[in-house]
Every structure is written in C-alpha cells, then in structure tokens.
Design a protein around this ligand. Sequence first.
Ligand code: NAP
Length: 290
Amino acid sequence: MQVELKNSTQKLCVIGDPVLHSKSPLIHNTMIEALGLDYIYLCQPVERGKAAQWLRCAALAGYAGFNATMPHKEALVSLMDELDEDARQYGAVNTVCIREGKYWGYNTDGRGFLAALSQAGIETAGKTVLVLGAGGAARAVAPKLCRTGDAARVVVANRTVEKAAALCSSSPDGRMQPADFRGETLCHLAGEADLIVNCTNLGMTGINRQFEGLSFLDALKSGAAVCDLIYSPAETVLLQKARAGGHKTLNGLGMLIWQAVFALEHFTGTKIDGAVVLPLVEAALEEACI
Ligand code: NAP
C-alpha cells in the first residue's frame, strides 16, 4: 500500500500494549486511500499506566486522534473532556479525537457489532439473545442489543456470575438478566435463544482454552444464529459446530471493520459508505493473510 505524505497530512494511530500485531493500521489506511482522505494511520506502543502521558504527547505531536486497545480503554475514560453515551455507558473509550486541545472519547464497538449483524441479515428486534461472557466486549454488545438493537431479552451468562450481574444492573428495564456458565444453564438458555453471541475469548488463536462442552448448541431452535466476536481463527470450534447444525454463523471480522468505519467518521467528520469500503478492507486483510 502506498500512503502519500504531504505537509497537510493529519496523523492518526492505534495505541496499546501489545499493539504491533494490530490490524487497525491496515484497515484504516485502506479506507483512507480508497476515500482519498489526507490522513495517515500509524501504530504506537504505549505502556500500561502511560495513557495520560500519551495524551499530552499526542496533542503536542499534532495527532488528530487515535484508537485505543488493551490495556488503555478503561483508563482513558476519566481523562476525556467529553464522552459519548456509549463510552460513558461501557466505561471504555476506543476512539479519541483531539480537537482544539480537547479530548473527545467515543466507543464504536457496540455500533460496529450491530452494523455487522445487520449486514449479515441477523435480526435482533424483539428477539432473545444469549451473550456468553461479561468482559469488555460483552459490556459493549449486551446493552447495545437492548438499547439500539431493541432485543426483547438479553441473558448474560458468565463464569464469574457477579460480573454478569453487575453488567445487567446497568439495564433499568430488566431486559438484561445474568446467569451462570454451567453446562445445564447454557443448555436451558440456548433453547430459548434466537441468537447466541460469544464474547468470551474461548477458542481464540493464542488462547489455549476452548468451551468445556458445546452440547448447548444442540438445544438451539432451528433458525437461531450464532455469532462469535473472535475473528482469528476465522471459524472457531463454536462456529464450526453451529454451522454443521444448520445454523447461520458470523465471526468478529465484520464488527472489527465496522467499528473502524465509525471511528474514521469521528476522526475525519466524513460520512463513510460501509458498502463501498468493506470489500476493499476485506480484500486487504485477506491479501495480508489476516
Ligand atoms: P475480557 O474483558 O478479558 O473478558 C473475557 C471474558 O471471557 C470474561 O467474561 C471471562 O469470564 C471469559 N472467560 C475467560 N476464560 C474463560 C473460561 N475458561 N471459561 C469461561 N469463561 C471464560 O476480554 P474482552 O475484551 O471482552 O474480549 C473477549 C473476546 O472478544 C476476545 O476474543 C476478543 O478478541 C473479542 N473481541 C472482538 C472484537 C471485534 O471487533 N471483533 C472486539 C472486542 C473483543 P470471567 O469474567 O469469569 O473471567
């Protein structure tokens, strides 16, 4: 990829620790090139605990904004001058715009997730959704399913049930309910679900852990769909078994790309047509063997 640098070119980046493996530079630079935007997107390692220091550096170095990944998303919340509703609700920032010396924090993960579902033709309005996990990803996905996706009921099942209960307590109308992660609980809940969303890291490349059993998938109704936020591997064992059982499946690549589309809209103030950039980004990731 050729990125043309001019005096006017504005800088963006992703910060994290580790971050050098991040797909964000490839995704953003592909969109920037396709849309002819005068930006360049870099990769900046920032150690845990150094987010405040980084903010001062970024403003001095003239960055227009940046994305944040582990371990900075939560730490950035209290350092922002302004927060959007999603960042405030999830307690995590993944996109920061620097405008006239002020820091604006956004979280585009939940919107990215809903856009990916919609693009895949998976409906959530009026449905019952079983969310597995109650970590950072689930905090973005579960409330968004209720608030914007208009799901009738979202059950959050987590190994540490107290974390599921804390997440569900943020829902004032009781549409989010906590559950434990035992096999028989999952079987019962799967039988009622129209959609299962895996927000745990079980099955992810590099994490040497799988679900203890997947028999809960046998309880799914025909027509129920299964989504895994993991995109590496492209098809987890969970998705393999769900697809073999005749269920529609979706991995996390669409969410990854859509959250970047919404972040780039914040950075540049440009409305981006996802239908135009998505195939280009997918092709770039495929070419890079991601
Ligand atoms: P996290 O905050 O560390 O949460 C991990 C979750 O997995 C927790 O709910 C944890 O349960 C559960 N878990 C871990 N080991 C388990 C085990 N052995 N048995 C049962 N549950 C277990 O991680 P995260 O940030 O939410 O990320 C979760 C996954 O989502 C990762 O694979 C990540 O790559 C993916 N993700 C994808 C996107 C995307 O754009 N596609 C965006 C964000 C995240 P406890 O609470 O009991 O520890």
